[in-house]
Design a protein around this ligand. Structure first.
Ligand code: AFP
Length: 325
């Protein structure tokens, strides 16, 4: 019988090799418990009639909580138990959530990304980025650029996969086994041959992008397979393995100008920076609409939005030339 290395064992070895403390393990253990808990609700929720809209009542006559709200509460519960987190930023909370002033980490997360897939039982994501407090002096600021993250990762729910990147130590994928442990670390390195590359964006929006981006799509789209799920974690999961590019450009030419999104749609701190961090560790790159590296953007607000181009370095560099022109 063959046994695979578990995530916790992998992490323990990493921490020992780099002479790190055990605090990060405590935090990761909580994140994994939260992900398993969300996944369990997700796979059983449809059966129990619990995947409806907030304010509705299920077949048992209980109030239904939106799956996003439920996922948010689950994550906050586990983060609190660690006592290691100072502040959390969640897609589901307007305000920054203060947890433990003596904590060591900041956590930025989207507990259930891709909510339009919920009603169909299709994959959603739980995305997270982690930064460490300033241990040398008074803590100043919770708004960190992605390059300051120490780790970032995602669960694609309910597929039983987790991908995590540790600063300067690579991007790794794990699968859940029959004992509900994440096992079998596989290092992800973006393939540099275009044969397997994919292209992922919401094609309905293409004529709303800036002209140069539309032209770039026109000139390049036939070279690659097109895939789009509508949940960043799922779409990016494929790009990390097969290479290519995911993009959510700025919307600037919408026929209804009120629907333009010149600042982009995705959130910087818990969507774009998270995938950009994983991508960098897998050898890729990510930029915004101006061609600025996503990981260099200093947020001014915790729910700030951005345009995003992320994936194989050659492709992102190519479109960057157009974005900067
Ligand atoms: P929701 O969580 O509101 O469904 O948004 C998901 C998301 O932020 C990201 O996961 C997708 O890549 C992107 O939006 C999809 O957006 P479109 O529905 O506009 O294609």
């Amino acid at each position: 019988m063959e046994f695979e290395q578990t995530f916790m064992n992998f992490l323990l070895e990493h921490q020992e090799r780099h002479k790190r403390t055990g605090h990060f393990l405590v935090l990761m253990d909580a994140i994994i418990s939260a992900a398993k808990h969300i996944e369990q609700y997700y796979v059983t929720g449809a059966l129990k009639g619990n995947l409806g809209q907030a304010g509705k009542v299920n077949v048992q006559g209980e109030d239904v909580m939106r799956m996003d709200d439920m996922a948010h509460e689950i994550v906050i519960h586990y983060l609190k138990t660690t006592q290691r987190v100072i502040h959390a930023v969640s897609e589901e909370s307007d305000e920054i959530i203060k947890l433990n002033e003596d904590g060591r980490y900041f956590m930025y997360f989207d507990p259930l990304d891709g909510s339009s897939n919920v009603a169909h039982g299709l994959p959603v994501g739980f995305l997270f980025g982690i930064a460490k407090r300033n241990l040398k002096g008074k803590e100043d600021f919770h708004l960190r650029a992605g390059k300051e993250y120490i780790a970032a990762g995602m669960f694609v729910i309910p597929t039983g996969t987790m991908t995590i990147a540790l600063r300067d130590a690579g991007a790794w994928r794990f699968h859940i086994d029959e004992t509900r442990n994440y096992v079998k670390p596989r290092r992800l390195i973006l393939p540099d041959t275009p044969k397997s590359w994919e292209f992922s964006f919401n094609a309905t929006n293409r004529y709303t992008y800036q002209r140069q981006v539309q032209d770039w799509i026109e000139n390049n789209e036939r070279k690659y397979t097109f895939r789009y799920l509508g949940a960043l974690a799922g779409d990016f999961h494929r790009i990390l393995t097969n290479g290519g590019m995911f993009m959510y450009p700025a919307i600037v030419n919408h026929p209804d100008p009120k629907k333009n999104r010149p600042e982009g749609k995705l959130r910087l701190m818990y969507e774009a920076s998270v995938v950009a961090f994983m991508c960098r560790e897998a050898g890729g790159h990510a930029v915004n609409e101006k061609g600025t590296p996503i990981l260099d953007i200093q947020p001014t607000h915790h729910h700030q939005r951005t345009a995003l181009y992320v994936g194989s370095k050659q492709l992102v560099d190519d479109i960057t030339k157009i974005l900067k022109a």
